[in-house]
Design a protein around this ligand. Structure first.
Ligand code: DLL
Length: 439
């Protein structure tokens, strides 16, 4: 199916000079930015102590002398101890919850908010969004950064923004139809559900809407899921990565070539480290992404361990942008689960099941232990026409999915094929793994 024509020209830039800046100049900006950020950070209570013996760094090798900042540190210390300016200069706080249930707070000055909006505008323009677009933002507004983050960037471009927030699917569809929405921002799991809902009420995701582009992010998803969604909606879909600690969405974003995400290196200094030893890895090796803010004044973060696993793509991008790309996030080091001693990431399972055209839009991974043995069950929703079809064909399909999974993850799972619409859905981040061993 031919995708709806998006007015994409890779020679079009929001901030051309910066986006195609020469690497040498970019590196000079980064080195200066690193030193500046360290000095700024030292004004905070936390870094004042932690970095007190750190001198000016002369080259990128020196960075290894600077200690990492961890999520635990953000959670343990008073939120205010990271603020590097007078509290009266802070205009906004966002937060995200940690696995322990405590929250990490991130503070922004007016200038931080402006820079973030510019960065998001750069991302949106890159994938073809323009002034005449109608942008429906289906991410939660509030402390979560997905709502306000994209909102300000889209307004900066001059698009018409519909701040619909997440949820209330019927209303979302009504807005999309009445206001002729052309671009949406949504989590991949909610987009799968949206497609399911449209079909259930007799609407065609590809024919009954004016949609051209979807921006998806905030949770890991596979390339096969993107392709599946692109086919269902007949639109272009782009991956957006970010985390609250680094502002939120817009840290890295796919360009029209969709071969990795450009990480905006004039704003962030990136390293990929071995998650166990913390040693910096060679370009192209997979490891944990570590980021340093280069411009933030409210709350600079230095060598922050994101927990996200990826690698740097060495090759230059065909679009001409010189900011290096990272591969789509494989997951977080702490997403990985171990079954029968084998390390497995949910993304590996998703990649396999989404290859099957019979598979519908939702799945769940359940891990249990019986008589000392781990049992991995993959519950997969199957498209209605197949589900209602021949029982032998269903058994064949079940067998094929099990075999393919066994080949890729090296553990034989139980595969349950279930009716579409059975599994729980979410309008925010999906919880794909239920580990009953931990309950
Ligand atoms: O999820 C910010 C965001 C909002 C990004 C909207 C993109 C779109 P947090 O709630 O702090 O912030 O969660 C950040 O979510 O460390 C990753 O583990 C994961 N994540 C975010 N984007 C992606 C993505 C927002 N595109 C954490 N692919 C990050 C995979 C992602 N994982």
């Amino acid at each position: 199916m031919k995708q709806k024509q998006v007015h994409l020209f890779s020679s079009d830039f929001w901030e051309k000079e910066v986006e195609i800046i020469e690497r040498k100049i970019l590196e000079d900006i980064q080195l200066e930015g690193l030193n500046c950020s360290i000095e700024k950070a030292k004004k905070s209570e936390f870094y004042g102590e932690k970095l007190k013996n750190i001198k000016k760094i002369k080259n990128f090798e020196d960075i290894e002398k600077i200690p990492f900042t961890t999520k635990d540190e953000l959670l343990k210390h008073s939120p205010f101890s990271f603020i590097a300016t007078d509290l009266k200069n802070i205009v906004r706080v966002h937060s995200s919850s940690g696995t322990t249930g405590r929250s990490k707070y991130i503070f922004h000055t007016q200038k931080d908010i402006e820079i973030w909006a510019d960065l998001v505008a750069r991302c949106l323009y890159m994938v073809g969004m323009r002034k005449d677009d109608i942008f429906q933002n289906m991410m939660s507004y509030g402390l979560f950064t997905g709502g306000l983050g994209l909102h300000y960037g889209a307004e900066r471009i001059g698009a018409l923004v519909i701040p619909s927030g997440a949820g209330n699917t019927e209303k979302q569809i009504e807005l999309m139809r009445e206001l002729k929405t052309t671009v949406i921002h949504i989590t991949p799991s909610y987009l799968l559900y949206l497609a399911h809902y449209m079909e259930e009420i007799g609407l065609s995701p590809s024919n009954d809407f004016n949609l051209k582009i979807a921006i998806i992010g905030a949770e890991p998803h596979s390339e096969n899921t993107r392709k599946k969604l692109e086919n269902i909606f007949n639109i272009n879909i782009f991956n957006c990565y970010g985390l609250s600690e680094m502002n939120g969405p817009g840290v890295a974003f796919e360009c029209p070539y969709k071969e990795g995400l450009h990480l905006w290196e004039d704003n962030y200094y990136m390293e990929i480290v071995n998650p166990k030893t913390g040693k910096i890895l060679e370009e192209g090796e997979e490891g944990e992404l570590v980021l340093t803010t280069l411009k933030r004044e409210g709350m600079p973060l230095i060598r922050y361990r994101t927990g996200d696993l990826t690698k740097i793509i060495k090759e230059k991008c065909k679009c001409g942008r010189t900011h290096r790309r990272i591969q789509r996030i494989k997951g977080r080091a702490d997403d990985m689960f171990i079954v029968k001693g084998v390390n497995i990431f949910p993304s590996q399972i998703e990649t396999v099941i989404m290859e099957f055209p019979e598979v519908d839009k939702n799945y769940q991974i359940v891990i249990d232990r019986k008589e000392g043995l781990d049992i991995l069950t993959i519950q997969v929703e199957i498209k209605r026409e197949f589900f209602k079809g021949d029982i032998n064909e269903l058994r064949n399909l079940q067998e094929k999915i099990r075999e393919k999974l066994k080949e890729r993850i090296l553990v034989t799972p139980v595969v349950e094929l279930i009716e579409p619409g059975t599994l729980p859905t979410t309008t925010g981040k999906a919880k794909r793994v239920i580990d009953k061993r931990r309950l």
